[in-house]
Write a protein that binds this ligand. Structure first.
Ligand code: ADP
Ligand code: MG
Length: 696
């Protein structure tokens, strides 16, 4: 492999390339705009576009596209070639500033949740200079925001940028109060860990459920699951290792800091973690990562499954959103430093996060709600649907002292020996980890673990940023009036922590006791998407978003609508797929096998000597009964699906899909999985869980 330094970012129009290729004054204007997050001067667009085009052509590009993120959790592109007609009638290559800044894809084919009815079908994409352009598959990709004719956000980037502005505005007020006058900007930083499964492509193609839904709707459990815990961090198999090497290389070329690759807990499950960066870029890079994962898997005869729960009974996949706040001068608000108890900026920020998470449990829950994630949350492997925070023993005892008004002795990292001289001492962290907590403090950042693996990280970070901005805003309002900052900041920290303590839970989040305890504490438990999503447009939430300029009321309503619609559509497709599988493959397979058993019984009965056929009889009877049940239930499913559209509104429709359609699907699955474990292997129409999970 070429030198990593040479490969890294080689397909990105980044700062280094800009500096080299743009005239000094243009570079300075652009760089200042990016660093200070200010509007760029349109007059430089033509110069930037020309330099971008020249560079992209050298990288093999023939086309350009505005690269945007409609509300589908995946990215969209509309390619145009650079060619245009010159005055002499010949072909020339062109890319203007206008084309760089603005695009006009037809918005009518993307979800708009009703915005389209009130506004024109026209949609605009607009250049986001704060995320570098890059060349991918011979196309210059320009990261853009996507909005309606009326300026309403139709994408996932726009609200994210607005929420980053909101945090910056409020955090700057806090920074000023602490006398940090050299700070120009506060950014939220994110490092999203991404989990995924790899399965063999040929096997994948034989399963309509994987092809249409990204998850298995049927499948008996294999004799061996993940109980031996021999896959987690296990040696990476050669085929997978080759995939990972290839993936790293492609991501590095695109400037994505892919850092850690390892096997995850479930067989065939893996994880990739990049080095953290500012939230906008982290979100763009995570989209790219998911896309490149899928493409690279294809090159290796594999399919990358990003679904939250591809296999029942086996761990699902999520994303861990590692989140912190950082000034442009490099101060991390969430770093406790040598003495946490006297670090007021840290404690105030901690208090803000505790308050924000407690007051807006619904928003965090909603931000990760999807049909796929419903199958994962609350199981024995993922955080429960209840939001709580883990701080660890050290911080917990510090908060305890603050509440009681007692002195606290900070504990610093200690040395630890593993009990043999040859292994050097290692530095021990102050707190152990708690893998069961949805929202855990991990030393200098918070790790929100509830995100689904296929979703964009934008929704969650929009919520996080907005609720922190709101808490900071309230704090700044109070402290800016203070005459005794030192004392007032201390009492604000104390009062806030005392008021919101119930959200902190350091025990086992997977246990049933916690569910009961959480209920006693009055914490929200929104078990599924159909229950969670309708809370998004509560008046309190709409006002919060409006207050910080993140969404207007129409935008909130439209997002709720789109996500509920998406939930219904997902379950609709799943139900139809299941129906088809059961009727066209499973019932005939069981029938064929029963037929074979019956022929065998006939032959045995006709034989001159008595041959026992009780095994065949019992099996044939049992399978026939199960098959009859499958037919009855799938007929019922068919008629229930047809009734779904009779609901008065989308909220009722979502509840109907959850309560009626999904539970019927589960019933069907149980019978089919039972039958699968009794039907002779070569009669079963699909690759089994054993094949999919253990034969990579
Ligand atoms: P773990 O989850 O095992 O603690 P790491 O500490 O390596 O793993 O961090 C996981 C992710 O968190 C990585 O993507 C890393 O870049 C990111 N991360 C580390 N520090 C910060 C920070 N201050 N802010 C945001 N993300 C961070
Ligand atoms: Mg982690």
């Amino acid at each position: 492999m070429k030198d990593i330094k040479e490969i890294f970012g080689s397909f990105v129009f980044d700062d280094e390339v800009m500096k080299e290729r743009l005239p000094d004054d243009t570079y300075l204007i652009l760089k200042t705009a990016i660093d200070e997050r200010k509007s760029i001067d349109h007059s430089i667009a033509d110069t930037v576009a020309e330099a971008m085009k020249e560079w992209a052509i050298e990288k093999g590009a023939t086309h350009f596209t505005h690269w945007f993120q409609p509300m589908t959790d995946i990215t969209a592109e509309k390619h145009d070639s650079f060619i245009s007609r010159a005055k002499d009638g010949k072909v020339m290559l062109e890319f203007s500033g206008k084309e760089l800044i603005k695009g006009e894809p037809d918005a009518s084919s993307f979800p708009s949740g009703g915005l389209r009815a009130t506004f024109e079908a026209r949609g605009y994409t607009a250049w986001d200079p704060s995320s570098y352009a890059f060349v991918k598959d011979g196309t210059l990709c320009i990261p853009t925001a996507f909005c309606s004719y009326g300026g309403e956000a139709l994408d996932q980037k726009t609200p994210l940028l607005r929420s980053m502005d909101a945090v910056n505005r409020q955090a700057m007020r806090i920074v000023k109060l602490f006398g940090m006058n050299d700070v120009k900007h506060v950014n939220t930083m994110v490092g999203p860990e991404q989990e995924y499964f790899l399965v063999d492509r040929e096997l994948f193609n034989k399963r309509p459920d994987l092809v249409f839904c990204g998850r298995t709707l049927l499948g008996a459990k294999p004799p061996k699951g993940q109980e031996m815990e021999d896959h987690y961090f296990g040696v990476i198999r050669p085929r997978v290792a080759a995939f990972m090497r290839d993936l790293d290389r492609k991501l590095w070329e695109l400037g994505v800091m892919a850092k850690t690759e390892h096997n995850e807990a479930a067989p065939a499950q893996h994880e990739l973690a990049p080095i953290f960066t500012n939230t906008n870029i982290a979100a763009d890079h995570n989209q790219l990562t998911m896309e490149i994962m899928k493409k690279t898997a294809e090159d290796h005869g594999l399919v990358c499954l990003l679904h939250e729960k591809p296999f029942a009974g086996v761990n699902g996949s999520g994303k861990h959103n590692n989140w912190s706040l950082c000034t442009d001068t490099g101060v991390n608000f969430l770093k406790p430093g040598k003495s946490a108890s006297s670090n007021n900026l840290f404690l105030l920020t901690l208090a803000a996060v505790i308050k924000a998470v407690d007051e807006h449990q619904d928003l965090l829950r909603i931000s990760i709600a999807s049909a796929g994630n419903d199958l994962r949350l609350g199981a024995a492997e993922a955080p429960p649907a209840i939001i709580s925070m883990y701080l660890g023993d050290e911080l917990d005892s510090l908060l305890e002292s603050i509440i009681k008004g007692e002195h606290h002795n900070d504990v610093n990292k200690t040395n630890m020996s593993v009990g043999t001289e040859i292994i050097p001492f290692i530095r021990k962290d102050n707190t152990d980890r708690n893998r069961t907590s949805p929202f855990a403090f991990t030393g200098n950042k918070f790790e929100f673990r509830m995100l689904g693996s296929s979703a964009s990280i934008s929704d969650t970070n929009v919520m996080l940023n907005t609720i922190i901005a709101d808490a900071f805003c309230e704090f700044a309002d109070a402290l800016e009036k203070s005459n005794d900052f030192e004392n007032d900041v201390k009492s604000l920290i104390k009062d806030t922590i005392s008021a919101h303590r119930r959200i902190i839970f350091n025990g086992d989040g997977y246990s049933d006791e916690w569910k009961a305890e959480a209920k006693k504490r009055g914490l929200l438990n929104l078990p599924d998407t159909a229950t969670a999503l309708p809370l998004l447009s509560r008046e309190e939430n709409t006002k919060l978003f409006a207050r910080h300029g993140v969404f207007n009321e129409t935008e909130v309503k439209c997002r709720e609508e789109i996500r509920l619609e998406n939930y219904c559509k997902t379950l609709h497709i799943e139900a139809l797929t299941l129906l088809e599988m059961i009727k066209r493959d499973v019932i005939p397979a069981i029938s064929s096998y029963t037929d074979t058993l019956c022929s065998c019984i006939c032959r045995k009965r006709k034989a001159d000597n008595y041959i026992d056929c009780s095994v065949e009889e019992t099996l044939a009877r049992r399978l026939s009964e199960e098959n009859a049940q499958l037919l009855i239930l799938s007929d019922k499913l068919k008629s229930e699906i047809e009734k779904a559209n009779d609901r008065a509104n989308i909220t009722d429709c979502a509840s109907y899909y959850h309560d009626t359609v999904l539970s019927l699907m589960n019933e069907i699955r149980e019978i089919s999985d039972n039958a699968e474990s009794e039907v002779k292997r070569d009669f079963w129409p699909y690759p089994t869980y054993d094949d999919l999970l253990f034969k990579i």
